[in-house]
Design a protein around this ligand. Structure first.
Ligand code: TAP
Length: 484
């Protein structure tokens, strides 16, 4: 397997310097594809978290007064650095996360740099306003940064999620303390190493460590002005509580159980491809994965036959091989959870069409590889239709009418993504408008460019990312009311 030029040890990044944890504690990370040790990371103590927040607080006055031009130039410089190191960062991400290099090269890393470019553009066009309320009264509206932001991101898209969080927060003039998942700290630490001299000291602080300790200490820190979190709905509840306790704003990007809906008149090849993109991208470890697939009765059997054949032809294996389509699940207990869900589905009466087990051929026995899996059921109440599996497992159901499938899609506590495949624009719009989610794709799946807002209804979150509205989420509106 390819090797990356990485350090053996990474410190915390506090006030512009890499430092060890105050008690010297470390933890290590392994490659999920073969179990090999990758690097050691400092495990932040409560004191370290406090130092990081203090550094961010001290840096805030100067950073918040930088001109939009200065911040734009810095964001563009970061984007350039990412692009110049794209191959390195893609390999790092693949080794740390197990996702195929073809995905990190085509999606994770370029989506990250594009995010910095997008917000570099937005921030210059983000004007306040001046309104004469009457002949003697002028109302000015200015945007001010919200302040010191605490951010926590998950392991499924470590690099992209970091960019989704950092770019808008920096664009709006905030200072940051961010914590990556302890399972995947490498790409953010490598990015930090590459951009350490670009930002003034203290503007960006990165703490590594376990969520239940370092992460919780960050959320609970009393001197934060905003929390931003991407991860599970379960932990998201705790983040919301922590924000409530401090009465500070919060944005949450949480879990999903998205409906991918295929009508009889869909282009079959396009819909099968969309189903694969929906559930196999990133090994199905995607918040908006199309994990519930609804296929109309007229093409049901043919569609399932095609999807089964496509799933069985997927190239599974070494994620650093450019030909590999499906890499490794993130860690053993996550893989065990996915396998357990397959059994739960079967026990509840679902039919296993293909997959449902580990993949151990071609040197994959040391990693957490899985065969793409199809279950078919007729009960949307099954746990496999209601709970987030977070693996390459799609559950297919048959439907007759648009109204029926809209009701089935909405029978979920989540509301993050979804798609509709049809050649009829009226059907597409009826379903897209009827399903209560933040994003509905039409005739595609899992495209996530900057500029199109992404975020959840219901238990899938609060707020939108990947859109200029994030600047509002990371700012306060100041009104100056002038009696002329
Ligand atoms: P979580 O277990 O919720 O972890 C997310 C992050 O929170 C990690 O950095 C984790 O650190 C940290 N964390 C865990 N417990 C914490 C606590 N008590 N206090 C503070 N931080 C804590 O989720 P995950 O397993 O990494 O990611 C998968 C979930 O994220 C899925 O549900 C998925 O749908 C969701 N997700 C949503 C989106 C969007 S955009 N909606 C995007 C990606 C993922 P450690 O890992 O070190 O424990």
């Amino acid at each position: 397997m390819a090797k990356a030029d990485i350090q053996e040890q990474y410190g915390l990044f506090i006030n512009g310097e890499f430092v060890p944890a105050s008690d010297g504690a470390t933890f290590d990370a392994h490659n999920p594809a073969n179990g090999e040790h990758l690097a050691y990371f400092a495990e932040a103590t409560k004191e370290d978290v406090d130092s990081a927040v203090k550094a961010a607080r001290a840096a805030l006055p100067a950073w918040s007064k930088t001109s939009p031009i200065e911040r734009q130039n810095i964001l563009l410089k970061i984007a350039d650095i990412i692009d110049a190191n794209a191959d390195h960062l893609a390999l790092v991400e693949t080794l740390d996360n197990g996702k195929p290099i073809r995905e990190t090269k085509a999606a994770d890393i370029p989506l990250g740099s594009d995010h910095f470019r997008y917000f570099a553009g937005c921030l210059r066009a983000w004007e306040g306003s001046a309104t004469m309320l009457d002949d003697n009264t002028l109302s000015l509206i200015l945007h001010e940064p919200v302040g010191v932001v605490g951010q926590v991101i998950p392991w499924n898209f470590p690099f992209t999620m970091a960019c989704w969080k950092l770019a808008p927060a920096l664009a709006a003039g905030n200072t940051i303390v961010i914590k990556p998942s302890s399972h995947t700290s490498l790409s953010l630490m490598e990015l930090t190493r590459l951009i350490q001299d670009v930002l003034p000291k203290g503007v960006l602080n990165v703490i590594t460590g376990k969520g239940s300790k370092s992460g919780q200490w960050l959320l609970d820190h009393p001197d934060l002005d905003k929390l931003a979190f991407t991860g599970s709905t379960e932990v998201g509840h705790g983040v919301y509580q922590a924000a409530c306790d401090k009465l500070i704003p919060v944005t949450l990007e949480l879990g999903g159980k998205s409906a991918n809906i295929v009508f009889d008149d869909a282009d079959l090849a396009q819909a099968v491809d969309g189903a694969c993109k929906g559930i196999l991208f990133n090994q199905g470890q995607v918040c908006c994965a199309g994990s519930r697939l609804f296929v109309q009765e007229g093409i049901f059997d043919e569609f399932v036959k095609h999807l089964k054949a496509t799933f069985e032809s997927v190239k599974i294996g070494d994620p650093t091989d450019p030909e590999t389509q499906l890499g490794a699940q993130i860690y053993k207990s996550q893989q065990d959870k996915v396998l357990k869900y397959v059994q739960i589905g079967i026990d509840e009466g679902a039919k296993l069409i293909t997959g449902g087990e580990r993949y151990t051929e071609n040197g994959c026995d040391k990693g957490f590889f899985m065969k793409p899996t199809i279950l078919v059921t007729d009960k949307n109440s099954d746990r496999v239709c209601q709970e987030e599996i977070f693996g390459p497992v799609v559950v297919i159901q048959k439907f007759k009418t648009a109204d029926e499938v809209i009701a089935l899609a909405n029978d979920s506590v989540y509301g993050l993504g979804g798609a509709v495949f049809t050649k009829n624009i009226n059907t597409a719009l009826k379903v897209a408008r009827g399903v209560r989610t933040g994003r509905m794709w039409v005739n595609t799946y899992n495209d996530l460019p900057a500029g199109a807002p992404f975020g959840g209804y219901k238990q899938s979150g609060i707020g939108r990312e990947t859109h200029k509205v994030m600047l509002e989420h990371y700012s306060q509106m100041k009104n100056i009311y002038i009696n002329l």
